[in-house]
Design a protein around this ligand. Structure first.
Ligand code: SAH
Length: 258
């Protein structure tokens, strides 16, 4: 390792609710000298850092998506020259559509020590919060994590030949290509009645879930003005959610934990 550099922690911030941070993440955030964070990191999480910690925004709003990753890599390395404890804070789990691979590669190439700290990915946080699972022996035996857009901003090819049968499809970054995604899934033989849920602002106070089917979800999403960040869940597990929701509404709760 190059002794001129500090150590970089690539830390998962979870889906939004600060209580879903790992203890390890909190410990590292409290000793961070500088934190480079992106769009999906809640401000309540940043407030856990010490007052003197330098907070640097490196999210999408800074500019063009494609050239941005190289700039971020450079910025992290610059910070590691100045500080001993550098945190690169990413939404959810850094290893799920978080481009952590590019960052690790760029750091190791320069001889900079780094460590990935896992976070709760949005899918796990979102469904737990809503009280349903991603797999269930009677509804879905497999989970597929998919991205709604491919490299260089192109739409993903992943949906062109994909059966939803017996699976839970979890689509990250899928809202902008919702129309293409449902068209592709229907064109390759999936029924228009396959249930779909969209979860907006998962685990935050503003969380909202809307449900529909492959046949109507795009119209429902427009009508309800669903905004990013949002996660799509496609498959029969959404039926299970509806069944549990009906049962839940029958239960009288005398007290709650919170
Ligand atoms: N590493 C992240 C995913 C990054 S990709 C993770 O593990 O969760 C960014 C996408 O994640 C968003 O476009 C959206 O689809 C999803 N996402 C992140 N935070 C979200 C939230 N609070 N609510 C709903 N979707 C979210």
């Amino acid at each position: 390792m190059n002794p001129n550099y500090g150590k970089v922690y690539l830390v998962g911030a979870g889906p939004g609710d600060p209580e879903l941070l790992t203890r390890k993440a909190v410990k590292i955030l409290r000793k961070a000298e500088v934190v480079l964070y992106d769009d999906l990191v809640a401000s309540r999480i940043l407030r856990m850092c010490r007052k003197k910690t330098e907070l640097i925004y490196v999210g999408k709003r800074l500019g063009q998506h494609s050239c941005q990753q190289a700039e971020i890599n450079r910025k992290i390395a610059d910070m590691a020259l100045q500080y001993q404890v550098v945190v690169r804070l990413k939404g959810g789990d850094p290893s799920v559509f978080g481009r952590v691979g590019e960052e690790v590669e760029s750091l190791l190439t320069l001889g900079i020590e780094c460590e990935i700290v896992a976070g709760i990915t949005t899918a796990s946080g979102a469904v737990a919060n809503l009280g349903f699972p991603l797999t269930h022996r009677d509804y879905s035996k497999e989970i597929l994590y998919l991205s709604g857009h491919g490299k260089n901003g192109k739409n993903s090819e992943s949906f062109k030949n994909l059966s939803c049968e017996g699976k839970t499809l979890v689509v990250y970054m899928g809202l902008n290509s919702l129309e293409e995604i449902v068209d592709d899934l229907i064109s390759c033989g999936n029924s228009e009645t396959v249930p779909v849920a969209i979860i907006e602002n998962a685990t935050l106070e503003s969380q909202r879930m809307i449900t529909g089917t492959l046949g109507d979800i795009q119209w429902i999403a427009k009508e309800k003005e669903v905004r990013s960040p949002a996660l799509l869940i496609i498959g029969n597990i959404v039926h299970f959610y509806s069944e549990m929701d009906s049962l839940r509404s029958l239960i009288h709760r005398p007290y709650s934990l919170s």
